[in-house]
Design a protein around this ligand. Structure first.
Ligand code: GAP
Length: 436
């Protein structure tokens, strides 16, 4: 448990992040007004912007900036045959135990003491674990019978595999190439917990990278490196990210090799994302179940085979929790404790805030409005902030991670300069408006 101790030395506690997220409008418990819905979270104005910045950065790095990647956006509801062929109906389960005393249900492999119910404290009240399928089942159409069963997708990956042939037949890509998708995934987790770490509804960003079977190792290594670049772009310190070679017994049913990238979260070292070698498992199953040929023919040859797949699978909520953990910083300014989010500028939900030094001076407010409009036109993510005194505004902007606070004062009216305060150093510089 050394990582927990080390984390405490950085002094980031889960409660601090949860409380800041709620207080400042990042993340709220889902359906809060009605008492909540366990495992669901709502994103407020700043949270949705932060989440979008993370997802857009991923798309830019892994789709826009590459010439071997194709994006798709498949339906969340899919034909149930997808999940029969993929093995999810049969094996996408967690071990469930029920306490015979209080009837609370728990995930058997996550219990601190396998014999003791964490809800009522009784020991010896669990029977044998049973396999609980985590897919949310629903019916499509007005008749609720066996034929209309469908599932909310538990991974975005199958929407990629079912579109593999469409992409090959419309874009004729050379191997290796990837198909990327972002979107919601749903899992009926037995015990959602730890803020946004384990949710029942969450956002995924997945790539299925199709390769010649002989090239899987090289492609796997490539995606190890790419994943590390991604962590760097998120501002995660390299010494807080760890690679775990997942042993065979713990790997998903489709994987021949898996590396989990773990992060030192405030709850301990836990999985941030996974990288798996899925072989030809999925395309072969689709071919067998659909009767459609999934082979790839190398251009200008008769060489035909089912490509193998390397899958980097990124969870957005875990990325957000890691970003918030890495960014959360406490220091002291003029003898007072200060909390700020040291977010990389490209992730910050607000890039600039603009304030008149005094809000009861119309000439300052007018000039500040002008500056605000100009910056907003240029940067978009700019906030008008005239609430409370200047000290309070700085504190609020620090807490939401705004890198620059621009203040319009009397000197601005004379020489067109403004003060720009740096979030990390708290230093103020006087610069011309053109310089911003
Ligand atoms: N297609 C592969 C796949 O789904 P996974 O390891 O089950 O693999 C991928 O999930 C990633 O999705 C995880 O590394 C994690 O970041 C995220 N994830 C999985 N379950 C989650 C949950 N209940 N809440 C939040 N994120 C989750």
């Amino acid at each position: 448990m050394w990582y927990n101790e080390r984390h405490m030395s950085k002094n980031v506690k889960l409660e601090d992040i949860v409380s800041l997220s709620k207080r400042r409008g990042f993340i709220f418990p889902g359906s809060d007004v009605y008492g909540g819905l366990s495992g669901t979270w709502d994103y407020g104005p700043l949270g949705v912007q932060l989440k979008r910045n993370v997802m857009q950065l991923w798309w830019k790095m892994f789709v826009d900036e590459r010439d071997d990647m194709y994006g798709v956006d498949a339906a969340i509801l899919m034909n149930k045959k997808v999940w029969e062929a993929s093995g999810h109906v049969a094996t996408f389960t967690d071990p469930l135990v029920e306490c015979s005393n209080c009837h609370a249900r728990h995930r058997a492999d996550k219990l601190e003491d396998a014999n003791k119910c964490p809800t009522c404290g009784q020991t010896g009240t669990f029977g044998e674990p049973r396999a609980f399928n985590m897919m949310f089942k629903t019916n499509v159409g007005p008749v609720a019978d066996e034929n209309s069963i469908s599932y909310l997708r538990p991974e975005t990956a199958q929407g990629v595999f079912t579109n593999y042939k469409n992409v090959v037949d419309t874009f004729y890509p050379d191997l290796p190439f990837g198909i990327a998708q972002q979107g919601k995934g749903f899992r009926n987790e037995i015990s959602p917990r730890d803020f946004i770490f384990r949710d029942r509804e969450f956002e995924m960003m997945e790539i299925e990278y199709f390769v010649h079977p002989d090239m899987w190792q090289e492609a796997f290594d490539h995606w190890v490196e790419q994943s590390k670049k991604w962590f760097e772009a998120l501002g995660l310190p390299a010494d807080m990210v760890h690679e775990l070679e997942v042993p065979e017994d713990d790997r998903a049913h489709y994987s021949k090799r898996t590396i989990d990238f773990e992060f030192d979260f405030p709850i301990g070292r836990e999985e941030l994302m996974g990288l798996a070698y899925r072989t030809d498992f999925d395309l072969k199953n689709i071919q067998d179940h659909s009767g459609k040929n999934m082979e790839y023919q190398v251009k200008g040859t008769n060489d035909k085979f089912i490509p193998h797949v390397i899958e980097p699978s990124f969870g957005v909520e875990r990325a957000l929790m890691a970003v918030l953990t890495a960014a959360y910083t406490e220091d002291e300014v003029n003898g007072e404790k200060r909390v700020f989010l040291k977010l990389p500028e490209h992730l910050a939900p607000v890039k600039y805030s603009v304030s008149p030094l005094l809000k009861n001076k119309p000439e300052l407010v007018e000039k500040a409005r002008e500056v605000y409009a100009a910056l907003k036109k240029k940067y978009g993510a700019v906030m008008w902030d005239d609430n409370g005194n200047i000290g309070k505004r700085y504190r609020r902007q620090d807490e939401i991670g705004t890198p620059h606070v621009v203040v319009i004062d009397f000197q601005t009216l004379e020489d067109g300069t403004v003060t720009v305060r740096d979030r990390d150093t708290t230093e103020q510089q006087r610069v011309t408006l053109e310089a911003i």
